[in-house]
Every structure is written in structure tokens, then in C-alpha cells.
Write a protein that binds this ligand. Structure first.
Ligand SMILES: NC(=O)c1ccc[n+]([C@@H]2O[C@H](COP(=O)([O-])OP(=O)(O)OC[C@H]3O[C@@H](n4cnc5c(N)ncnc54)[C@H](OP(=O)(O)O)[C@@H]3O)[C@@H](O)[C@H]2O)c1
Length: 261
């Protein structure tokens, strides 16, 4: 159930959601489809985007723009399509991304490259392509998907965590540099959310929440113009607290997570 504040914030807006073919992006699209706004949705899989659209309350305001967002030209062509249809963009939710874990016994630079491309460079290309459209809006809001994994150096998460820490740092800087252009900037740092991405995890996930719960937290955070939207609070604050501890205590705690094969 969306609050009036959320409904009013997104009402009549032009919105781009990346990674909308499943998980959190799909849940955001379904929630927003009940509001009178235009929603452009992207990911590589046209079929799954079509499935997302079919689950929406009001399908006439959902526009599918599929493609690989690690490709700069693809982001530009999506931006051109939004410009041709809507003329401007109010809210970009750059959510697409993936996760892979590092095996120290098979340290592989290609894995790091893949995650930097899919998590970080896709956002950079998305901003580059849509910034001119956001500047045309009177209510511009740029939102980037990071993770609570950005707060700490978590074992096996060396590549994923680094890509998400890069995003958190980027959006802190953008918060300041976009202010003269009246562009709001928010970063999302979820804990564990049940999606296709976390279904692959082979370890216990404390405080796991549904993609619907995540979507409610995100939309509330955006409507309240929060810079960092982090949840669930008992998990995100616990990680923040650990990050403030002296290094030797942090390393001792985290070393309990390491299993040598
Ligand atoms: N689930 C969690 O616990 C959690 C926690 C913190 C942060 N996050 C972040 O939240 C975001 C969404 O994750 P999720 O959990 O909802 O996972 P998900 O269900 O696997 O969704 C990932 C989405 O990103 C899209 N995507 C991935 N690579 C892409 C590419 N190169 N080009 C275009 N689209 C691409 C996927 O679509 P296609 O495969 O169709 O392209 C899919 O729509 C990710 O950035 C993830 O890192 C998730």
C-alpha cells in the first residue's frame, strides 16, 4: 500500500527503471504502475520485461526498452527513445546489476571486470545518456543501486563489494555536484532481499526481506529525498556499527566467515 506522499511524488512523472525484468526492479515497476506516471523499463530480456508488464495494474503506461546496459550505445539509444516519446526524464532508478563471489584459489580478473561493467559502468553510461533529459525536468531525481556490502570488506565479496562501494562513493559526490542543477540524488543500500540474485547464495542470509518490502522502502526513501536509503535497519545499522570498530576487531569478526577449501 503506497502512502499519499509516495503517490504524490511519483504522480505524473517520467521514470526509467533498469533491471526491471526480475527482483527489486520488477517489484518497483509493479508498485509504481498503480500511479499515473510513465515508466520505461529496461534489462537484456525482452520476454521477462513483457512478463513484468503483464503483472502491472495499468499496463498502458509501461514502455519496454530492452538492451545490454553495459553497452554505452544501448544506454544512448534508450535515452533517445525516452526523449522522442516524453521529451524529458524525471526519475532514473539505475538498479540493474549482478553478483558473483570470488574464489581465492581461482582468482580471476575477468570476474572483477564483469562486475565493474554490469554494476558500475552500466550506471555511468546510464547517467551519461540521461543527464541531458534529467536537466530538462523540474523534479529530477537520480537514484543508484549500491548495497550494504559497500560498508565493509566482506570475504568472497571482493569484486561485488568493490563495485557497490564505487557506486556509494560516486553518488555521495554527485549529491553535491548535482545540487546546483536541482537534481536530487539518492543511493540504495539494501541488505538481503529474496530475488533470483540471492536465490543462488549458499549461506544463511540474516534479516532476509521480500522484493515487495524492499520496493516499499525504496519508494518511501525516494519520496522523502533521502540520500542513502538503507534497510532493513537492524541489518544495515549492524553493518554500519561494525565498520566503525577498530580494524583488528573488524578483521577478527570477519575472519569467522572465511572457509579455506
Ligand atoms: N537481492 C539483494 O539482496 C540485493 C542486495 C543489495 C543490492 N542488490 C542490488 O539490487 C539490484 C537488483 O538485484 P536483484 O536482487 O533484484 O537481482 P535480480 O532479480 O537478479 O535482478 C537483476 C536485474 O538486473 C538486470 N541486469 C543485469 N545485468 C544487466 C545488463 N548487463 N544489462 C541490463 N540489465 C541487466 C537483470 O535483467 P536481465 O538478466 O534480463 O538483463 C535483472 O532485471 C542489483 O544491482 C543488486 O546488486 C540486491
Amino acid at each position: 500500500m503506497l502512502s499519499n506522499k509516495v503517490i504524490n511524488y511519483f504522480d505524473d512523472k517520467v521514470i526509467w527503471i533498469t533491471g526491471a525484468s526480475s527482483g527489486i526492479g520488477r517489484a518497483l515497476t509493479i508498485s509504481l504502475s498503480s500511479i499515473d506516471c510513465d515508466i520505461y523499463i529496461s534489462s537484456r530480456s525482452q520476454d521477462k520485461l513483457q512478463e513484468t508488464k503483464s503483472l502491472c495494474e495499468n499496463q498502458s503506461n509501461i514502455h519496454i526498452l530492452d538492451g545490454d546496459l553495459t553497452d554505452k550505445a544501448c544506454n544512448q539509444s534508450i535515452s533517445d527513445s525516452i526523449k522522442n516519446k516524453s521529451g524529458h526524464l524525471d526519475i532514473a532508478i539505475l538498479n540493474a546489476g549482478t553478483c558473483e563471489y570470488v574464489d581465492i584459489d581461482q582468482f580471476d580478473s575477468a570476474l572483477f571486470q564483469r562486475l565493474i561493467n554490469s554494476n558500475y559502468m552500466s550506471i555511468i553510461y546510464g547517467i551519461e545518456a540521461t543527464l541531458p533529459l534529467l536537466k530538462q525536468s523540474n523534479h529530477a531525481h537520480l537514484v543508484g543501486m549500491s548495497s550494504t556490502a559497500a560498508y565493509l570488506g566482506l570475504p568472497r565479496s571482493e569484486a561485488y563489494g568493490a563495485s557497490k562501494a564505487a557506486i556509494l562513493n560516486l553518488f555521495r559526490a554527485l549529491k553535491v555536484s548535482m545540487a546546483p542543477y536541482n537534481i536530487e540524488v539518492s543511493t540504495i543500500c539494501p541488505g538481503f532481499v529474496k530475488t533470483e540474485l540471492t536465490d543462488k547464495n549458499d549461506f544463511p542470509m540474516p534479516c532476509l526481506i521480500s522484493s515487495q518490502q524492499a520496493s516499499e522502502e525504496i519508494l518511501k526513501g525516494i519520496a522523502n529525498k533521502k540520500h542513502e536509503i538503507h534497510f532493513p535497519k537492524r541489518f544495515s545499522y549492524a553493518l554500519k556499527a561494525i565498520s566503525l570498530l577498530p580494524d583488528f576487531i573488524q578483521f577478527r569478526l570477519l575472519s569467522k566467515m572465511v572457509q579455506k577449501s
